[in-house]
Design a protein around this ligand. Structure first.
Ligand code: KG4
Ligand code: ZN
Length: 354
C-alpha cells in the first residue's frame, strides 16, 4: 500500500480517537478512549464533561497510537481532524490539538466532516487484514449514528447526492431513548441488542414509519409507540404504579426485540430499494448503529439476494474512531484540501451534497 500517511483525530462526541492511516485505507494504529462509563452515570452526555474528558485523554491516546505505529514525524504527510458536526467544546479540543501538531511539525492540516468519516470507514483495512478491492461506484451509503441518519448516493469519491434523511430523531437516538424507557441504561443501542438476543417471544410488533416511497426516515413515532407499548406491558405485569420496579427480563427482551426489528426493517428496506433504484454496484453502511448485529445480518442477507457487495466495517470501526477520519482525510488531502490555523469547530456542519 502507498499513498499519504496521515495522523487523524476524532473528538466530536464522546470518544477520543487518534489513528495513523496510510493511503486512506491501511490502519497502522487506532486508539479510542471511550467516555461511555463516564456518561452512563448521568444517563447521557453532559457536553462540558465530555470536553474535559477529551482534554484529559488526548495526550495518552496520542502516545499509545504513536508507539503502536512505530513511525516518526518525517513519515507523516498531514494531520487530519474532525471539525464538525458535533459538540462544540469536544470538537475544539481535537481541532486545537491537531493545529498544534501541524504547526509544530510543519505539516498540512485537513479538516474532515465526521459524517464523511463514517462513510469512509468502509475503505479501512486493519493492520494485518488482507487487501480487498475498494467499494465500487456508484454506491449507496447508509449512515446511522447517534446524531444522524441518512442515505446518499456516491458516484465518485467525496461526492454525495442525498437520497433521504431522518425528519426527526436519528436511529441511534431512538435506540438510546427506548433503552432508557426499558431501564437498560446508556447507551441504549448495545443494551437493546443484548436484550433482544435473549428474546424468546417475538409477538409484540412495533409500528414502521414508511413515509411513502421516499428515502426519508422517522423514528419519533416509533419512540412514542414504544412508550405506549412499554406502559401497557407494565400494566399487564401489575407494575403500572410501581415506577421503580423494572419489568421482568423476558418482557424487556421481547420489547427490545420488537423495537429493534422495526428499526432494522425500515433501514434495510429503504437502503435496498435505493440501491436498486440507483443501479448501485455496492452498499456501504456506517455509524454506531451499524454495529448492530441484527441490522448487519438482515442487510447481509438482502444484499446477497441481489448479488450486491455490502461493506459494513467491523463494529469498532462503525462507532466513532480516529481511523475513519484518516480514511476520509486522506481523500480530502489528495484532492488538495488544506485548512488554515483558523480552522474552527462547525457543530452543525452538513455533509457537502450536490
Ligand atoms: O457513530 P456513533 O459512535 O456516534 C455518533 O456519531 O453519534 O454512534 C453512537 C450511537 C449511539 O446512539 C448508540 O446507542 C448506537 O450508536 N449504537 C448502537 C449499537 N452500538 C452503538 N445501536 C444499536 N446497536 C448497537 N450494537
Ligand atoms: Zn459518529
Amino acid at each position: 500500500m502507498s499513498g499519504p500517511l496521515v495522523l487523524a483525530l476524532e473528538s466530536s462526541c464522546d470518544e477520543t480517537g487518534l489513528a495513523i492511516v496510510e493511503g486512506g485505507r491501511r490502519i497502522h494504529a487506532n486508539v479510542v478512549a471511550s467516555q461511555v462509563a463516564l456518561h452512563a452515570a448521568t444517563g447521557g452526555i453532559v457536553p462540558e464533561v465530555a470536553a474535559r474528558a477529551h482534554l484529559r485523554w488526548v495526550v495518552p491516546v496520542m502516545d499509545e497510537a504513536w508507539n503502536a505505529a512505530g513511525i516518526t514525524w518525517d513519515d507523516v504527510d498531514a494531520v487530519t481532524v474532525t471539525y464538525g458536526p458535533g459538540l462544540a467544546g469536544s470538537l475544539l479540543v481535537g481541532i486545537n490539538f491537531a493545529k498544534a501538531l501541524a504547526w509544530v511539525h510543519d505539516k498540512p492540516l485537513v479538516g474532515v466532516n465526521h459524517l464523511e468519516g463514517h462513510v469512509y470507514a468502509a475503505w479501512l483495512l486493519d493492520p494485518r487484514e488482507d487487501e480487498r478491492p475498494e467499494p465500487p461506484f456508484p454506491l449507496v451509503a447508509l449512515v446511522v449514528s447517534g446524531g444522524h441518519t441518512f442515505l446518499a448516493e456516491m458516484r465518485d469519491h467525496l461526492t454525495y447526492r442525498l437520497l433521504g434523511q431522518t425528519v426527526d430523531d436519528a436511529a441511534g437516538e431512538a435506540f438510546d431513548k427506548v433503552g432508557r424507557l426499558l431501564g437498560l441504561g446508556y447507551p441504549g443501542g448495545p443494551a437493546i441488542q443484548r436484550a433482544a438476543e435473549s428474546a424468546t417471544a417475538r409477538d409484540r410488533v412495533f409500528p414502521r414509519a414508511w413515509l411513502g416511497e421516499t428515502y426519508d426516515f422517522s423514528f419519533s413515532g416509533l419512540k412514542t409507540a414504544a412508550r405506549r407499548i412499554i406502559d401497557a406491558a407494565r400494566a399487564e405485569a401489575g407494575l403500572a404504579d410501581q415506577p421503580d420496579v423494572s419489568l421482568p427480563d423476558p418482557l424487556v427482551a421481547e420489547l427490545a426485540w420488537g423495537f429493534q426489528d422495526a428499526v432494522v426493517d425500515v433501514l434495510v428496506t429503504k437502503t435496498i430499494r435505493a440501491a436498486r433504484a440507483t443501479g448501485a454496484r455496492s452498499i456501504v453502511v456506517g455509524g454506531g448503529v451499524a454495529a448492530n448485529a441484527a441490522l448487519r445480518q438482515r442487510m447481509t442477507e438482502e444484499a446477497a439476494a441481489l448479488d450486491l457487495p455490502l461493506i459494513v466495517p467491523r463494529p469498532g470501526l462503525c462507532t466513532d474512531n480516529g481511523a475513519m477520519i484518516g480514511a476520509a482525510g486522506a481523500r480530502r488531502f489528495l484532492a488538495g484540501e488544506r485548512a488554515g490555523l483558523d480552522l474552527d469547530a462547525r457543530p452543525s456542519l452538513p455533509l457537502a451534497t450536490r
